[in-house]
Design a protein around this ligand. Structure first.
Ligand code: UDX
Length: 428
């Protein structure tokens, strides 16, 4: 098939590479010439394991084309996916201006054959109907098209595997022709195919992300109880998780959920609920606990620090990505700077992105040992694998004080005690 993907972020570029790898011809449209040129030369612009290799392979096979020009791609495409950003506005509402702008551009360039236009970006329920109205207004008279919602569920860090081995493929549309074309394209993708109406497809995505956020906030809430009572949150959740109705996955306490999806989608669902006159206090609590998780960790550092130099390991919002959007590291660093801490950071992928925010205000280290050397204490904010079995005896020698604040519970408290560390983790 010939398809077009508008946007080349995590969802757009990963989907483009995977569909091209299945043998389809894929056009990717962007709006920044410099970025499009870099993509053409095999630079994925983001760090995602395996993505550079997949990009290079499909560029070489001439199945992937990057362009700024809608008229080159849209008229020949059977399916057009919209994967542009929908960032939160001040009030939490999803900013849909990019979705609507590209919809107008798609409309003006539609050919005479049937085309499906489908949002893969997470958009509030009702958005695809608005896209349909824009298409009807701007499309040439001879064009034939239908709108569908086909949300993407990939996680950063495991995006390619998640796309190919999806738990489900959701296709929402009232057009049988559109559903059939999308089913054909997604045929090689593992996972149950769910066919729904537009609104249900849009809401499935928000429900999934709000549920995941709820699980994390619930785990963090229980960690607060554990800290006040001497209980151990890992033991509590391990035992509770054995109940198959509850499960253990995605219930790890720590610094709360960051990233470009969960925080923004909870806020957008709150905003949609308010507009629909629904009591959103439950979701507001999920968001509030997420903030409290970071504040709770910060308080530990401020209460128990042994000097004003701190090493920070991990800046990305989770391991295996360079993404720092809504990363707890930003909140922690901002607040430590306000308290005049000297901060030495290390992250194997996210340093360049953090530099764009903090510039010369903090020190960037080339490895975890350099960050620890001469620091009064160490804080761990992302659970990168390289920290899990690091030489802790060496770290103890390098630090001025054997003091670790671990926001991701990566070490065994008993072992840390044995090694002579003062060790503050979460809910233990
Ligand atoms: C999420 C959804 O998982 C994915 O399905 C959707 O398509 C996009 O949003 P992503 O943001 O890439 O994916 O990362 P995810 O693995 O969900 O982690 C989100 C945040 O939650 C991270 O900051 C992570 O550290 C945190 N988290 C996750 C916890 O604090 N505890 C957990 O148990 C799991």
């Amino acid at each position: 098939m010939i398809i077009t993907i508008i946007g080349h972020g995590y969802v757009g570029l990963v989907s483009a590479c995977v569909f091209a790898d299945f043998g389809n011809e894929v056009y990717v449209i962007g709006h920044n010439k410099e970025k499009i040129n870099r993509l053409k030369n095999g630079d994925p612009l983001i760090y995602e394991p395996g993505l550079k290799e997949l990009l290079e392979k499909n560029l070489k096979a001439r199945r992937l084309h990057f362009t700024l020009d809608y008229s080159k791609a849209i008229p020949q495409s059977e399916i057009v996916f919209i994967t542009v950003g929908t960032p939160p506005k001040e009030n939490g509402e999803a900013d849909l201006s990019a979705v609507f702008e590209v919809s107008r551009n798609i409309a003006k360039n539609l050919g005479s054959h049937f085309t499906v236009i489908s949002c893969k970006s997470t958009v509030p329920v009702g958005t695809n109907k608005k896209v349909e109205l824009i298409l009807e207004k701007h499309a040439p008279k001879k064009s034939q098209f239908a709108v569908a919602s086909c949300p993407e569920f990939l996680r950063e860090g495991t995006a390619i595997a998640d796309t190919i081995n999806a738990d489900r493929v959701v296709i929402g549309s009232s057009s049988k022709k559109a559903i059939d074309l999308l089913l054909k394209l997604h045929e090689p993708i593992n996972g149950k195919k769910i066919i729904t109406d537009l609104a249900s497809a849009e809401l499935i995505k928000y429900t999934a992300n709000a549920m995941l956020a709820t699980k994390i906030s619930f785990a963090n809430l229980i960690s607060f109880y554990c800290e006040k009572t001497g209980a151990d949150v890992e033991m509590v959740l391990d035992a509770v998780g054995l109940d198959r109705r509850i499960g253990r996955v995605f219930m790890y306490p720590g610094l709360g959920y960051g990233g470009s999806c969960l925080p923004k989608d909870v806020l957008a669902l709150i905003d949609t609920g308010k507009k629909l006159n629904i009591d959103v206090s439950f979701l507001e609590s999920v968001d509030k606990i997420n903030q409290q998780a970071k504040e709770n960790f910060l308080k530990k550092i401020l209460n128990y620090h042994q000097g004003k130099t701190i090493a920070i390991w991990g800046l990305a919002f989770k391991p295996n990505t360079d993404d720092i959007r809504f990363a707890p590291s930003i909140f922690i660093i901002e607040n430590l700077l306000k308290q005049n801490f000297q901060i030495k950071v290390y992250d194997q992928e996210a340093t360049e992105n953090i530099k764009k925010i903090f510039g010369g205000k903090i020190t960037y280290c080339k490895d975890p040992y350099q960050a620890a050397e001469g620091s009064d204490q160490l804080a761990i904010l992302t659970e990168w694998n390289e920290f899990k079995q690091i030489d802790l005896k060496k770290i103890k020698k390098l630090l001025k004080n054997p003091l670790i604040f671990d926001g991701r519970n990566i070490y065994d408290p008993k072992l840390m005690k044995k090694l002579g560390f003062k060790y503050y983790s979460v809910g233990r």
